[in-house]
Design a protein around this ligand. Structure first.
Ligand code: FE
Length: 345
């Protein structure tokens, strides 16, 4: 992905020169889209190829880590070639929003396809994932881990594992708790979870699931797609892991399970604004929704689009938190402050 960066410049330049020579600069603007993407799923190739086939708009893609891409867009300033930024997690999209990188997009199509709580004025969600609780069936009772609040209960002392409190997935979960319960209760929750840690936070969500299966942790939090990925794995070791753990949809009797998103928006200095809006609208189309969500074992945001994913089907239906992603955005910074205060590292 590092190599892709200089390539973008060349490709864009080449495309502009060719189009400029043969068809004038106006159509050059129409036929190219510069996409900065922090998504890294193999199925995305087909997703982009399909867009080019439908519209004739060629996609120049730069892939990188979110922080690198944001830094890059800021440094490029008014001259940035970036038209669209795609990334995962509301707290990261919030960062781009707060830095003023996105442009507001008005699209009847996006408004009609994407539910209101999954979009803001300047960025849109295209798939959802849930933050679930994973527990060791031999060490922990399912009834003791039915809510996020339960993870702070002294009953689970020495049993809780999570990835870092600085990670966007946990920041967004924290933002949802602040939004539902207020900052004071959210901080008390964070302190309770820290007091219950089996070990200092380390690794990703898959590492937590494996540590739960191994008995090093009794219970952990994970994004649903990591669970689905392990459920679909053919490896014996992964099958063993999934045999040892149980999965809970948290907060089913109250606010519903916390949902996060993968999404994106058009950038303020986008040179190809029309193509950018077309691309965002394309991502909300039936075909694209299936690629976009299913490629990473997620759910489409367009409710009429059904994916046939055996792992997600097996996990069953659940009540999802309907909190607007704008609220996650609003409390993203506060979430980090509270985690820091609580010593949740
Ligand atoms: Fe992830």
């Amino acid at each position: 992905m590092k190599q892709a960066m200089p390539r973008l410049v060349h490709r864009t330049l080449a495309a502009a020169l060719v189009a400029g020579a043969f068809a004038g600069t106006v159509s050059a603007e129409e036929k190219v889209l510069n996409l900065y993407s922090a998504r890294h799923y193999q199925t995305d190739e087909a997703l982009y190829a399909n867009f080019t086939k439908q519209t004739g708009i060629k996609i120049n893609r730069i892939e990188g880590k979110e922080e690198e891409l944001l830094e890059r867009i800021k440094n490029e300033g008014a001259n940035s070639p970036a038209d669209v930024l795609l990334t995962v997690d509301a707290s990261r999209l919030a960062k781009a929003h707060e830095q003023g990188l996105f442009a507001p997009v008005k699209s009847k199509l996006l408004e009609s396809r994407i539910p209101a709580h999954l979009r803001t004025d300047d960025w849109f969600s295209f798939s959802t994932r849930a933050r679930v609780i994973v527990y060791n069936k031999a060490a922990v009772k399912a009834e003791d881990v039915q809510t996020y609040d339960a993870l702070a209960d002294a009953k689970l002392k020495g049993k809780v594992c999570t990835r870092s409190g600085s990670h966007p997935y946990n920041l967004s979960l924290m933002a949802s708790i602040i939004s539902h319960q207020g900052a004071d209760k959210a901080e008390a929750w964070a302190r309770g979870v820290v007091a219950n840690f089996a070990r200092a936070p380390k690794g990703g969500d898959t590492d937590q699931i494996k540590a739960v299966a191994a008995g090093e942790c009794g219970v952990a939090i994970s994004n649903s797609y990591y669970v689905a990925r392990l459920m679909r794995s053919e490896k014996d070791a992964d099958k063993k892991v999934m045999d040892s753990v149980g999965i809970v949809w948290p907060n089913q009797k109250t606010t519903g399970t916390h949902i996060n998103v993968s999404g994106g928006g058009m950038l303020k200095n986008a040179p190809h604004k029309e193509a950018a809006v077309k691309f965002l609208e394309y991502l909300a189309s039936d075909d694209a929704q299936r690629y976009f969500a299913d490629g990473n074992n997620e759910w489409p945001v367009v409710s009429s689009v059904k994916v046939d994913n055996p792992a997600l089907t097996k996990l069953g239906p659940f009540k999802a938190d309907a909190l607007p992603v704008g609220n996650l955005q609003m409390y993203a910074t506060k979430a980090q402050v509270i985690f820091d205060k609580a010593g949740y590292r």
